[in-house]
Each structure stands twice: as structure tokens, then as C-alpha cells.
Design a protein around this ligand. Sequence first.
Ligand code: APR
Ligand code: PHB
Length: 400
Amino acid sequence: MTSDPTLDDRVPSRTQVAIVGAGPAGLTLGHLLHLQGIGSVILERSSREHVEQRLRAGIIEQPSVDLLVSAGLGDRLLRAGMVHSGFYLRYDDSTHYLDFHPHTGQHATVYGQHELVKDLIAARIGTRRPLLFDTEVTAISPTGPTASVRYRTAAGEHTLEADFVVGADGFHGAGRAAIPAEVRGELIREYPVAWLGILAESTPAAPEGMYCPHPNGLSVHSMRGPKLSRQYLQVPAGTELGDWSDEQIWDELSLRCSAADAAPLETGPIIERSLAPLRSYVSSTMQYDRLFLAGDAAHIVPPTGARGLNSAASDIYYLYHALVAHYQRGDDRGLDGYSAKALARVWKAQRFSWWMTTLLHTFPDSLDYDRQLQQTELDYLFSSEAAQRSLAENYVGLPF
Ligand code: APR
Ligand code: PHB
């Protein structure tokens, strides 16, 4: 069930909280519950190596940093994370800087999600509580006197009984599917574009993150270190990774981020590529009897606003406090109201992600009117303290 001898893979047949998924949501919840003496089993269908190398976004909001630090999970994040007080917007041949700090007193932290997952796995191992890799949950039974989880390992099929099951298993997991279709609605918006992402051994284009809305499409220039850049190109939906050569990627990134006041983009070896469709998705409910959904299992945002990891963090914050109230005080109000509470903040992240996405992308079906609106929105942003404050408070993270 696990290839890692340091992991405790003696799986009880019963636990308090069964957590499906060893991504940021599941791992953070497992550790927070452990600190309160609440037991859990984390079941992950991929290998440890796979989840620790999976490249995702890298912007961590202040409330998410605070949650991780409060749980003793933020040491490396605070050491290696890059503190950003704002971001750059480069368009129409000139560069603008939006400083969050004067408006919020806070900042954003750039730290690769896969690095955070490594920290969370190491912390889980330190608790000696079960973390099962190569373990796929095949069915969840969320109703009755106890919930149960069917899972498959190389050794065969097994069942785990639990007081509660948390579906922290991402957009393609088993959690959301365990809520009957007649109970669960979904609200979806698909965008006609995708992001082709690269990790490259090159100097980042700017000292902090930079968005370059361009007639050819948006380019985003972030980083993972002083000589490690994380950059994205807007490409048409349906694009395949093989459609773009390294040279074509660099040529287009250089074109879209060029400006009279800027040095040419430094290129370098591309060591990773990724392709992500842009979609917005929200499940109408995040709970069903003894099952609770958290993170990508319940909602997806386009990467434009870098909210995905942070929306998972706010779900976990609410679910953790609800479970502690249940176990320590017999108070179920948090559990009963979890979905409504979590969705209220999820929709604010959805709104911000939609706003950033429609502001910065060049959509194939855009009208001249739409493009003029985008220009006007950008001009308003840099002429209004109120507009800048609104963007700033969303980017550093609305309070949980
Ligand atoms: N059984 C066990 N594990 C599963 C199953 C299953 N049936 N289905 C999915 N998983 C695992 C996946 O392998 C993955 O490791 O659940 C985990 C879900 O992790 P994430 O997809 O990272 O989701 P989450 O923890 O909600 O974090 C959200 O991840 O996708 C990014 O942009 C997103 O930054 C956001 C963050
Ligand atoms: C990243 O650093 O991966 C990143 C930055 C800004 C975004 C999305 C991703 O909007």
C-alpha cells in the first residue's frame, strides 16, 4: 500500500475522518485534525513521487500562509517563499505596477504548490498517522450510522469505516460523484482558451509577477527562484503540448511581454511543460450526510487569479473548525452549515478569477466593444485608488 518504509501503513478498519486525496487540501486538514488529537487516514491514488512533482500554481494568499504557519507547516514556506507586495501589468508598450501593500498592509507569497505538498507530506509522516499512496478510492458510502470508503491497492480491495469522509480528491475524484445527481447541481463556465505553462532555467521577466495582455493573447511571467521562471501563454482551447516548439514558446512569450521600457526576455532550457484548460466550476453543495467536499473536488477557477490553492485552504479552515466543534463540544452547527459557509467565500474567489480572466485574455469571439471595455477597465484601474484597493484585497486574500 505504500512503498515508503517511513510511512505507517497499518490501516485500521475504522477511523474518525477518512480523507480522500493527498493534495494541499487533504494533507492540511489531516495535520490540523492531528494537532487536536482527531484521527484520520489519508488515501492517495498516485505515488508519493508523482504528487510531489506535480507542477501547479504558486501564489499563496496571506490567510493561507497564516493557516499553514499556525499549524506549524510554514517553516520552509517562510524561508523559501518569495514575498510579493504587488504585480506588474504590461500592455500598450508600457509597464505599470500595482502595489497591494499601501491598500492592505499585506502581501502575496510565491511558493510552488509542489514544494508545499512536500512539506505537508513530511509533516504527515512525522505524525505517524496513515498516509496511503498508490491507494485508489473506488466508492464512498456517506450515509448510515457510519460512512465507509472502498479502496483498491496492489493487495486488493478493502473497506474503511469512518465517522466522516472528506472528498479532497480534486476535480476528477470520487468524492463529488458520491453525492446523488438529484441532490447536487453544478454551475460551469468554459473559456475558449487554455494556458501552456513552462518551468525554465531563466531569469524571471520582472522582480514580481507580471501579466501581459496582448492582442495575440495573455502571457504571465512568474517565478520559482532567481534563475527559475514559471511562465504561461494563453493558447486556443484544444491546443496540444506538442503543438509548440521551445523556440515558438520563447518567441511568443518575448513578443507578448515586450515594451519600449523593458529589456528583452531572457530565455533558457525549458525543464517542464503543462497545459491547463480554463474553466470555472462550482458544485451547488459541498456536503451530503457524512461526506464533505473540499478544494478542487468542489470548485475550479481559471489560473488567472491564482485562487485555486487558496480556495482549498478556506474550505479546510471551515471544515477543520466544524470537525473540532463536533468532536470536542458535540456542536454540529459548523458541520450542518459547512457548505453554505464555504461556498460564500468560494464565490468571491470565483468572481475575482472571472474578473481577472475576462480583463486580461484576448478571446477569439471578442467584439470590438469587449476589447474597448478591457482597455477602459485597465485605464480605470490605474486611475482609481478604489479600483486598486479592490484588486489588492482580493489578490492578497479576503479573510476566511
Ligand atoms: N482516490 C484517491 N485519491 C484520489 C482519487 C481517488 N479516487 N481521485 C483523486 N485523488 C487524488 C489525486 O491524485 C490528487 O493527489 O486527490 C488529490 C487531489 O489533490 P488536488 O488535485 O491538488 O486538489 P486539492 O487538494 O483540492 O488542491 C487544489 O490543486 O489542482 C490544484 O489548482 C488547484 O491549486 C489548486 C489545488
Ligand atoms: C504562478 O506563479 O504559478 C502563477 C502566478 C500568477 C497566476 C497564476 C500562476 O495568475
